[in-house]
Design a protein. Structure first.
Length: 540
């Protein structure tokens, strides 16, 4: 309900009703919003829900002060992150000595921090609205700014970026070659904001929403049409290059992986898979992250087995292995490494993982959090790599993303900008069991193909291994927990995308828009003065 009032600057204003929904209703709306948002992601994959999932939360905070809005946003974010990353409890509970209660505590602590971003989103919107700024237009750039911030601060955890929920909606996600995945997030948030505004608008307020409603409609119709046209255009192009690749999914149980007694079985399994795949004459065979459970850099019979296998089968093999570096002081630093071995039985290139998993492969801010130990066993304090590697084959060049790196757009972009014709993602998702995490991980990696217009080859220890086309379409994916190999032909259009060339220009524009809005907000007084909240009206 709205009433005509006079703002602090003497201009007509629309005052929101002071009552709004009851507290219990607001809480229920916030929780429902978090659940709907989580359901849009794998494994439920109810992606249409992402178009309206934020509406209940936006309605719940209507008329509230920023502090109260933050609380509801935090609650909604907590529900979303708990239901999306619940698999952390499985990982900790199964592979560490921590009891179930402690594992749940770790999950809640992590999700409580992540939920602050959702709280900050609605709190900032309320703060801007109180200063007469157009919250419906600022919602999308604000959300993108916070998603981008979450990707590197405080530890960097971009899991569950909203745009990934649409990974199967290929017509829409083609825009990522310009905006990155964040552009998809922005469209979803704008639509949610407009729907929330239309649902709650009364009288003259409806007129204010007409431009935003038109823009949302145009984007919702125009972007998929443009995406479909772009897909047809790319399909009509002759391939700039092509080759055959094979993936080997060893399906080695995590609790056996580092058992020295099981090393022989692991190597036998990969040797058999590679021999079978070699019959398809692939240009490259890809094994998963840390497929070889030993230090390949050290001379010995296990290293020789891998080199002899490549020589005997006349294949290039990319595989993961633990590694170490000793500095000038004699201190040993562990690393997560990918090796490329040639058909003549030589190690030709390596890549050390740059983006490590916080609290799994390293402890962030270790000087402060000196009391924190890794929750994942069999992995010490690792050192990140410093340079990206573009591997060279006779017919193509490619870049490797190790595990978690597949959800960081700048890492993939750097590889393609450096000359990679396709991407390889080697991972070990055995940590997650039969939870939704492997499917979520794959869904997020598919956007790297769209952003850079290159195919993505994914080899996962227990699954989900996959072949992803430059369109983002998953052409093939293997089942979980099966030992298998798969050979396929991949090709690439040779198109250098806007995103590959210029990076996150869209994100920078969103950050700039939010910064300007905050500056304007600081310069204005809030439009409340002890009475009901007042928002500027738009003249007819």
């Amino acid at each position: 309900m709205a009433a005509l009032a006079v703002g602090t600057n003497g201009a007509p204003a629309v005052a929101e009703a002071t009552r709004g929904p009851r507290r219990a209703t607001r809480v229920a709306l916030a929780i429902g919003s978090g659940l709907a948002l989580a359901a849009a992601f794998p494994s439920l994959d109810l992606e249409p829900l992402a178009w309206i999932a934020l509406v209940p939360l936006l309605l719940a905070v209507r008329g509230l002060a920023p502090g109260a809005a933050f609380g509801l946003g935090w609650l909604s974010g907590l529900v979303f992150y708990v239901t999306t990353t619940y698999w952390i409890v499985h990982t900790i509970g199964r592979y560490t000595a921590l009891p179930l209660v402690a594992a749940v505590g770790v999950l809640l602590a992590m999700c409580s921090v992540l939920a602050c971003y959702t709280g900050a989103f609605v709190a900032t919107l309320r703060w801007l609205a109180r200063r007469g700024l157009p919250a419906v237009w600022l919602a999308a750039p604000l959300w993108v700014t916070l998603e981008w911030l979450r990707s590197w601060f405080f530890i960097g955890f971009p899991w569950g970026t909203l745009g990934y929920s649409q990974y199967r909606y290929l017509d829409l996600v083609q825009m990522a070659e310009v905006t990155g995945v964040y552009g998809v997030s922005a469209v979803l948030v704008l639509f949610n904001a407009v729907v929330a505004g239309v649902v709650s608008a009364r009288g003259a307020e409806v007129r204010r929403l007409v431009p935003a409603l038109v823009a949302a409609t145009v984007l919702m119709v125009g972007l998929p049409l443009a995406g479909r046209w772009r897909l047809a255009e790319l399909a009509a192009l002759p391939p700039a290059g092509a080759l055959r690749v094979a993936v080997a999914q060893g399906n080695v149980a995590q609790d056996q992986k580092w058992d020295p007694a099981f090393q022989g079985e692991t190597m036998r399994r990969y040797a058999e898979l590679t021999a079978a795949a070699a019959a398809a004459e692939p240009d490259l065979v890809v094994w998963p992250e840390t497929a070889t459970p030993f230090f390949f850099q050290e001379a010995g019979p296990l290293r020789d087995q891998v080199l002899d296998l490549a020589l005997d089968r006349k294949v290039w093999i990319l595989f993961g292995a633990p590694a170490f570096r000793q500095d000038e002081r004699g201190v040993v630093h562990e690393q997560n490494r990918a090796y490329l071995v040639s058909p003549d039985g030589r190690e030709v290139a390596t890549y050390d993982k740059i983006q490590l998993v916080p609290f799994g492969e390293y402890v962030p801010f270790q000087r402060i959090l000196f009391f924190v130990t890794q929750v994942v066993e069999a992995i010490g304090t690792m050192e990140p790599g410093r340079t990206s590697t573009v591997f060279e084959l006779p017919r193509a060049r490619f870049g490797a993303l190790i595990c978690y790196e597949g959800i960081f757009p700048p890492l993939a972009r750097r590889l393609v900008a450096g000359g990679a014709d396709f991407l390889v993602n080697v991972t070990n998702d055995a940590w997650y069991g039969r939870t939704s995490a492997p499917a979520q991980h794959l869904a997020q990696a598919t956007l790297r193909a769209v952003e850079n217009r290159v195919p993505l080859v994914r080899a996962a220890n227990t699954g989900i291994s996959a072949i992803v086309e430059p369109s983002g379409r998953i052409r093939w994916q293997g089942p979980l927990y099966e030992t298998l190999w798969h050979a396929d032909r991949i090709s690439w259009p040779g198109v250098r995308t806007f995103y590959t060339r210029f990076g996150d220009v869209f994100v920078r524009a969103c950050v700039a828009a939010v910064a300007i809005a905050l500056a304007l907000g600081i310069a204005r007084r809030p439009s409340t003065g002890g009475g009901p909240e007042q928002l500027p009206a738009v003249s007819a």
